[in-house]
Ligand binder design. Structure first.
Ligand SMILES: Nc1ncnc2c1ncn2[C@@H]1O[C@H](COP(=O)(O)OP(=O)(O)OP(=O)(O)O)[C@@H](O)[C@H]1O
Length: 511
């Protein structure tokens, strides 16, 4: 697509555009960014250096090759030359280094919808900025083929003193498009943003939602080859989000367009992405199959939990005392013998197994609540072994990402088929969508201070619910500074088939 002529026209457009915050200076066709900070913007320049996109297979549009990134964080500033000299003699550097990404390598192919997931602070945005040429890696190399359009940080490339129309041209120019190219896509951008009546108003008079819509519309309607998106799934109101979802569904089908998406929404990863990576502490810990990556992320969100208090030995479930024929293998703790009589592991849904064939989170309250309500749910499990074990659940904020609330390891006292219900006052939360994931764990035999997971809920058997407050913007879901007690209650699901067992008797515990 671009070559010297379109580079020139885009430079012309940029030159005529008003001054603006800094954005990646090159989003052009073939770029190589090396650890030394060299950037080769054309194939010709690249050929003069040892690094060349010619090394890339034809269908690879992005190669991240052993990339690491370190930030220097100032610790002690010298107040003058004398202090600087003293610091130097004492070996005080005045900064500490934070290694944010370590030895990251992956390829993105043309037509991929590529997900990058990880907990807050794991290094996702830094990786996107490296890919987009905003940062330079400490070591390693990034090779890119095609025009890249980033939507990474709101406000970058936009000027509040200019009108919406001027901002579209400014941003388009900064992305490397000529005036004619922007003319051709202008109507499409404005229509998608639903801002036809506002384009001659200054951006500073837009609501924050309108600004995001305009920025996002420019990014997705610009005719780039690689679209880089950071946390865009919460853009705009629900109607606009639906529109974005339709856009994602259509771009997913286009084999010429590549999308790289950072998100905390595992539903979106499973729906749109064909491949994904999971980053933990700056390293790739899972790569490839998007379902595996999304499930591993959900799992990662359940750990690491604090060392549990010593658990009381579990009482046998009602009517399932030790020595009962079929319970012997489990009761003796011989999991292998028990598993031998069970279906092969692959016949269990992800997260479940012969030891815990059932684990799911069910809504008891309506799944849409307000902050004035309480929300009750239960965790249903089947576990027949006489070993101390723990239940954990976590509320994952589906729009902001991360875990908003988790009560830690809850020692369980009942085996068999059980339901443990919990009631949480919603006054602790503001509007957002939550997913409740749960897991069962046991003490690690090799390290009694630690626990190891036995089973966890997957996408199907976790629970989604929503907090909606009138007049409150959605997706603000931060936990409010309110402390609350967790109310916990057991129900023995085997009780009905075993006369004499009272499902409710003595079954209420407070955690
Ligand atoms: N410019 C910077 N200078 C110093 N440290 C930085 C800079 N940018 C990011 N960091 C640090 O790098 C780490 C990774 O940050 P990054 O924003 O890449 O994480 P993330 O996975 O995108 O997080 P989130 O999900 O919260 O957006 C954090 O500890 C952050 O404080």
């Amino acid at each position: 697509m671009t070559s010297k002529s379109s580079e020139k026209s885009s430079r012309d457009a940029a030159a005529s555009a008003p001054s603006s915050p800094s954005v990646p200076s090159s989003l052009d066709e073939e770029t190589i960014i090396t650890a030394a900070g060299e950037r080769h913007e054309t194939t010709e320049e690249a050929l003069e250096s040892p690094d060349t996109t010619d090394d890339l297979p034809e269908d690879v549009v992005l190669r991240v090759n052993h990339v690491s990134k370190v930030f220097r964080l100032p610790t002690e500033r010298a107040s003058g030359l004398k202090q600087a000299f003293i610091n130097w003699t004492r070996g005080i550097k005045g900064y500490r280094e934070q290694q944010v990404l370590r030895d990251i390598s992956f390829d993105v192919h043309r037509g991929d919808f590529f997900g990058i997931v990880g907990r807050n602070g794991s290094g996702k945005s830094t990786l996107l900025k490296l890919i987009s040429g905003i940062y330079v890696p400490e070591s390693g190399q990034i090779m890119r083929r095609g025009k890249l359009v980033p939507f990474i940080e709101l406000g970058v490339g936009f000027n509040p003193e200019l009108t919406g129309r001027e901002n579209v041209y400014l941003n388009g120019a900064l992305l490397g498009f000529s005036r004619t190219e922007i003319d051709a896509m202008y109507d499409d951008i404005v229509q998608f943003a639903e801002l036809e009546d506002f384009m001659d108003q200054k951006l500073k008079n837009y609501s924050s939602g309108m600004q995001v819509r305009l920025a996002f519309s420019v990014a997705i309607k610009a005719q780039g080859d690689i679209l880089v998106l950071d946390e865009v799934l919460a853009v705009g109101d629900e109607a606009f989000q639906r529109k974005c979802n339709n856009f994602f569904a259509s771009i997913k089908k286009d084999p010429t367009k590549t999308v790289i998406l950072v998100t905390h929404d595992m539903g979106a990863v499973k729906k749109y992405c064909n491949r994904a990576i999971l980053i933990k502490d700056g390293r790739i810990v899972e790569s490839g199959n998007k379902d595996d990556v999304a499930d591993r992320y959900s799992l990662e969100n359940l750990e690491p939990l604090s060392t549990p208090a010593p658990a009381p030995a579990p009482a046998p479930a009602e009517g399932e005392g030790a020595g009962e024929g079929s319970g012997e293998a489990e009761a003796s703790g011989d999991a292998a013998a028990a598993a031998a009589a069970q279906p092969a592991p692959e016949q269990y849904p992800l997260g479940l197994n012969a030891r815990v064939p059932l684990l799911r989170v069910n809504a008891v309250s309506s799944p849409v609540v307000s902050s004035d309500d309480e929300f009750t749910f239960d965790v249903e499990y089947r576990f027949d072994e006489k070993t101390p074990f723990f239940l954990t659940f976590a509320l994952q904020d589906m729009t902001r990402g991360g875990t908003t609330y988790e009560p830690g390891m809850l020692p369980m006292t009942r085996t068999g088929h059980q339901k443990v219900s919990f009631t949480l006052p919603m006054r602790a939360f503001t509007s957002t969508d939550f997913k409740i994931v749960a897991s069962l764990s046991e003490p690690d035999p090799e390290n009694p201070e630690e626990t190891q997971r036995i089973a966890f809920t997957n996408n199907e058997n976790s629970l989604m619910f929503t907090v909606r407050n009138d007049g409150e913007k959605t997706h603000d879901g931060l936990i409010k500074q309110t402390w609350f007690d967790l109310h916990q209650h057991y129900e023995d699901m085997d009780a009905e088939s075993e006369p004499g067992t009272d499902a409710e008797s003595g079954a209420t515990d407070a955690a």
